[in-house]
Design a protein around this ligand. Structure first.
Ligand code: ZN
Length: 136
């Protein structure tokens, strides 16, 4: 894995949280993106070599909505950038990690992503992501 690509934070109200984090960071988010397939709306802040991603549920079946219902707002996942997501998934599977989606899916911010089950990663939801531009 190359680096921490972003940290995902689950929020109830993206508009409100955006204002809070803009005050906290002293700068504006650089974009808001909705991922229909994940029923999530995301706001992105650049923090040096990494990003903070605020995530709001946009539908009843979203993972973010369920997470907030169960555990409240807070850090939802840590995403690591990889060079080849297929190779990395294979490697981690062989190491005994449980991968939540069998094939990578299209995530926010032009990425191919997959998630590892938190029960094999000490309670931390881990995302692997690969830039789609480097993939094709
Ligand atoms: Zn993420």
């Amino acid at each position: 894995m190359l680096k921490v690509e972003h940290i995902g934070i689950a929020v109830k109200d993206l508009k409100k949280s955006n204002e809070v984090f803009q005050k906290l960071f002293g700068k504006e988010n650089y974009k808001v993106e909705t991922v229909e397939s994940e029923q999530v709306s995301a706001s992105f802040f650049i923090m040096g070599d990494t990003k903070i991603e605020l995530l709001e549920s946009t539908g009843p079946d979203s993972a973010i909505g369920k997470y907030i219902e169960k555990r409240g707002e807070g850090i939802h996942h840590i995403a690591y950038e990889v060079v080849d997501i297929h190779l990395e998934m294979e490697r981690l599977k062989n190491e005994g990690f449980i991968i939540l989606n069998e094939t990578p899916k299209k995530g926010a911010d032009n990425k191919l992503v997959c998630f590892l089950h938190p029960k094999t990663t000490n309670g931390v939801l881990v995302e692997l992501c690969q830039e789609i531009t480097t993939y094709y």
